[in-house]
Design a protein around this ligand. Structure first.
Ligand code: NAP
Length: 314
C-alpha cells in the first residue's frame, strides 16, 4: 500500500513548492503531501514528516508520528519548541553542506590571516603600510565544535597548512589536530588561539559560552569567526573586547536576532564583518536525496536515522 508522509513548513510558498518538487519524485511508493492538503484520516496514518520551521501545533495533528526529518542542519529552534514531543527529531546531515561550510571557514580564515580587513581600512585612508606576514604553520586556529561541520573545517585548514586545534564535549582524536575537551581544555584552547572559529550547536551549555570572561582568555589581537548560532556569543561583551582592541576582528554570520536589527552597533563597528547567515546554505538537490534515502530506509527496515539527544540538546 502507498504510504503518506507530510511536509510541514512555515516557509515562503515558492520554497515549499521547490522542496515538494525535488523530494516527491525521489520517493518510491510514498506520497508526499503538504500539511494543508492532508485529510483528517490521512493525518492519523502519518509516521514521518519532513519539516522546515514547522508550527508545533500542526505536528500535534499526527498522533502516530514517529520522527521528523528537518531539511536544515541546525534544529535548535525545533528542539526548543518541542521539549516533550513523543517523536524523534532528525536533522540534515549532508556531506555537501559540511564541505560548503569548510570552504567558508577557509575563505574567512584566509581573510583574517592575510590581514584583508586591515588593508581595506588602510586603502580608505590612503595609507601604505606593509604588515609582517605570519607563516601558515604559525597561525593558530582554534575550532569550537568538532562535529560534522567542525571536523570538515579542521581537515580543510590542516590541508592548507594551518596550525589547528579543536574542542568538543567528549575527547576525540583527529589527524593533525590538537584536540581538547572539558572546561580546562576550553581555557587552554582559548589561551593559544589566534583565530577562533565557532561551530558549536546552541544548547543550554553553549549559550553565551563566549562571554566577557572567556573572550578575555584569548591572546590580545585574536580574531573570531562565528558560523554557528548568535546566542553562543554575548554580543555586548564582544563589542567591548573589540572596542578595547583585545579582539582585533570578528566575522559574524549569525546573530542573537536575525536579520541583524539596523540599530545594532555591530553594523558600524569598524572591526566587524557582518554576513547575512550565508556561510553554509542547504543545497536543496543533495539534501532532497538524503531525505529520500532516510525515508526509504525507514519504510524498508523501520530504522530511524540518528536523532537529536534531547538531554544534551543536539
Ligand atoms: P554536530 O555534528 O552535532 O557537532 C557538534 C559539535 O559540538 C560536536 O563536536 C560536540 O561535541 C560539540 N559540542 C556540543 N556541545 C558542546 C559542549 N557543551 N562543549 C563542548 N563541545 C560541545 O553539529 P554540526 O553539524 O557540526 O553543526 C554545528 C552547528 O552549526 C549547528 O548546530 C548549527 O547551529 C550551525 N550551522 C550553521 C550554519 C550557517 O549557515 N551558519 C549552517 C549549518 C549549521 P561531541 O563531538 O563530543 O558531541
Amino acid at each position: 500500500m502507498q504510504k503518506c508522509i507530510a511536509f510541514v513548513g512555515n516557509i515562503p510558498n515558492h520554497e515549499k513548492q521547490s522542496w515538494l518538487a525535488k523530494i516527491g519524485p525521489l520517493l518510491k511508493n510514498t506520497r508526499l503531501i503538504p500539511f494543508e492538503e492532508l485529510s483528517a484520516t490521512q493525518c492519523l496514518t502519518i509516521e514521518v514528516a519532513i519539516v522546515a520551521n514547522p508550527d508545533p501545533k500542526e505536528l500535534a495533528e499526527f498522533p502516530n508520528l514517529r520522527w521528523v526529518q528537518s531539511v536544515w542542519a541546525g534544529v535548535e529552534r525545533l528542539v526548543a519548541e518541542l521539549p516533550n514531543a513523543h517523536f524523534d527529531i532528525v536533522r540534515m546531515i549532508d556531506p555537501n553542506l559540511a564541505s560548503t561550510m569548510a570552504e567558508a571557514v577557509l575563505a574567512w580564515t584566509l581573510y583574517l590571516h592575510r590581514d584583508m580587513p586591515k588593508y581595506r581600512c588602510q586603502q580608505d585612508r590612503k595609507v601604505w603600510i606593509q604588515h609582517d606576514l605570519v607563516d601558515l604553520k604559525d597561525r593558530k586556529i582554534g575550532i569550537l565544535g568538532l562535529g560534522q561541520l567542525g571536523k570538515a573545517a579542521a581537515e580543510k585548514l590542516v590541508l592548507n597548512g594551518f596550525n589547528v586545534s579543536g574542542w568538543s564535549r567528549r575527547s576525540t582524536e583527529l589527524e593533525g589536530v590538537k584536540c581538547f575537551s572539558g572546561a580546562e581544555g576550553f581555557n587552554q584552547l582559548l589561551a593559544e588561539t589566534d583565530i577562533l572559529i565557532c561551530l558549536l550547536p546552541l544548547t543550554k551549555d553553549t549559550q553565551q559560552l563566549l562571554n566577557d570572561k572567556s573572550l578575555g582568555l584569548l591572546p590580545k589581537g585574536a580574531s573570531i569567526i562565528n558560523f554557528a548560532r548568535g546566542p553562543i556569543i554575548d554580543e555586548e561583551a564582544l563589542l567591548s573586547h573589540l572596542e578595547s582592541g583585545h579582539i582585533e576582528h570578528a566575522v559574524l554570520d549569525v546573530f542573537k536576532t536575525e536579520p541583524l536589527p539596523t540599530d545594532s552597533a555591530l553594523w558600524t563597528a569598524p572591526n566587524v564583518t557582518v554576513l547575512p547567515h550565508i556561510s553554509a546554505p542547504t543545497n536543496i538537490r543533495t539534501a532532497s536525496k538524503i531525505v529520500a534515502i532516510n525515508i526509504a530506509r525507514y519504510f524498508e527496515s523501520g530504522e530511524i536515522p540518528e536523532a537529536v539527544i534531547r538531554t544534551r540538546g543536539y
